[in-house]
Design a protein around this ligand. Structure first.
Ligand SMILES: *Cc1c(COP(=O)(O)O)cnc(C)c1O
Length: 337
C-alpha cells in the first residue's frame, strides 16, 4: 500500500458523526429539507445494500466493497497500491481494456503478458514479468475478450506465488461452470475478487460494481472512495431488484443459447473458428473481420470488432442475445460470404 494511503484520514461525512438515536430532524448536512425522494445524501457505507449482498454472496459485509461499476474498483486498486511512476502492475493480454486505461491515468506501468497456447493462463511468464516494484496483478476469468475461464486451482496457485495483490475480475463468473474464488478468499489475504451487476444480473444501467477482499483491504477501498460513490436511487433500485428479480432464468437461457450458437456458428461460410466460451459472448475468427463487421452493421447488427487486438486478429466478439436476436445473427451471417 502507498504510504500516503496508509496515513490517510478519510473525509468524515455529516452522517458519520451521527452515532444513532431517535432523530427526526436532520439539520446536519445542509441538504434541502423538502422531501422529493432524493433530497437526502445516500448512505456512504451502503449498509443495507451490503447486508443484502452479504446474504447472497455468503461473505460478511466487512469484506464487500460497493462502487460505481467495476471501473471504480479497478481505479482504486491502482490508486491504493501503486506509487505513480515507480510501481508497476502485470496483466494478462488480451484482456479487459480498463486495466490499461486506469494504469495510464495513474501513471503506472502495466506489463502485459500474452496468454499461453489456447488462451491458457501464462503463470510462469506472469511471475517472470514481476520485479520488486510490482504491486498488482490482473487476471480476468472468464476472460474478456477470449471467453475462457481459468481453473480456481491455477488462480490460487498464482495468488500463493505472487507477493503483491492479485486482482481476479469475475465479471462473467455467473455464466461459468469453473466457479468463483469467493469461497477461497479467506485463504488468500492478497486476493481481490471483482464482480459486477452489469452482466448476468442485468443492471448495467444502474452502475454497481463489487469487490471482495480481506477485511483490511475492503476497509482501505472504502476509505479511499468518494464518500457518496453510489447514489441513492441506485442503492434502492439494486436492493429492490436483488430481492424481486432472480436472474437465474435469464442466465440459464443465455447458457443454452451459448450451446446452440457453439453448434451452429461453425457451419457458417464466413466462420473459421469459434473459441470455447465460459461467458455470455463468443470470440469468433471469421474470413475477413472488417468486412463481416461492416456487413452486420449494414444489416442492423452491431458486434465488437477485435481484429486489431493482439492474438485476436481476424476475430469478432458476439454477445449472446435473446433467442430471436441470435437467430437473426445466424441468419444474417449465413448470407455473408
Ligand atoms: C463488463 C465488464 C466489467 C463490468 O464493468 P462495470 O463497470 O461493472 O459495468 C468488468 N470487467 C470486465 C472484464 C468486463 O468485461
Amino acid at each position: 500500500m502507498r504510504e500516503n494511503i496508509r496515513q490517510l484520514t478519510p473525509y468524515s461525512t455529516a452522517r458519520d458523526d451521527y452515532k444513532g438515536g431517535d432523530i427526526s430532524v436532520w439539520l446536519d448536512a445542509n441538504e434541502s429539507p423538502y422531501d422529493n425522494g432524493v433530497n437526502r445524501y445516500p448512505d456512504p457505507h451502503q449498509k443495507q445494500l451490503k447486508a443484502l449482498l452479504s446474504q447472497i454472496k455468503g461473505l460478511p459485509p466487512e469484506q464487500i466493497f460497493v462502487g460505481n461499476g467495476s471501473d471504480e474498483a479497478i481505479d482504486l486498486c491502482f490508486r491504493i497500491f501503486c506509487e505513480p511512476r515507480i510501481d508497476n502492475a502485470v496483466a494478462i493480454a488480451p484482456s479487459y481494456g480498463m486495466y490499461s486505461v486506469a494504469a495510464h491515468i495513474n501513471h503506472v506501468e502495466l506489463r502485459e503478458v500474452p496468454l499461453g497456447p489456447a488462451f491458457s493462463l501464462p503463470t510462469a511468464s506472469l511471475l517472470a514479468a514481476c520485479d520488486e516494484h510490482t504491486r498488482l496483478m490482473w487476471v480476468c476469468s472468464p476472460n474478456n475478450p477470449t471467453g475462457n475461464a481459468f481453473s480456481t486451482d491455477e488462480l490460487e496457485a498464482l495468488a500463493d506465488r505472487f507477493s503483491g495483490m492479485l486482482v481476479v475480475d469475475e465479471a462473467y463468473a455467473d455464466f461459468s461452470a469453473k466457479g468463483s474464488l469467493l469461497g477461497v478468499l479467506h485463504r488468500h489475504p492478497n486476493l481481490i475478487v471483482l464482480q459486477t451487476l452489469s452482466k448476468a444480473w442485468g443492471m448495467a444501467g444502474l452502475r454497481l460494481g463489487l469487490a471482495f477482499a480481506s477485511t483490511e483491504v475492503a476497509e482501505v477501498l472504502a476509505r479511499v472512495k468518494y464518500p457518496y460513490n453510489v447514489n441513492a436511487p441506485t442503492q434502492q433500485e439494486v436492493m429492490r431488484r436483488l430481492r424481486q428479480e432472480p436472474h437465474h432464468e435469464h442466465v440459464a437461457e443465455t447458457i443454452s443459447e451459448r450451446e446452440r450458437l457453439a453448434a451452429l456458428l461453425p457451419s457458417l461460410p464466413c466462420v473459421l473458428h469459434v473459441y470455447p466460451s465460459d461467458a455470455n459472448f463468443f470470440l469468433v475468427k471469421v474470413t475477413d473481420a472488417d468486412r463481416v463487421y461492416d456487413y452486420l452493421v449494414q444489416h442492423g447488427i452491431i458486434v465488437r470488432n477485435r481484429n486489431r487486438v493482439l492474438q485476436c486478429e481476424g476475430c469478432l466478439r458476439f454477445t449472446i442475445g435473446t433467442p430471436a436476436e441470435n437467430d437473426r445473427l445466424l441468419h444474417t451471417l449465413a448470407s455473408c460470404q
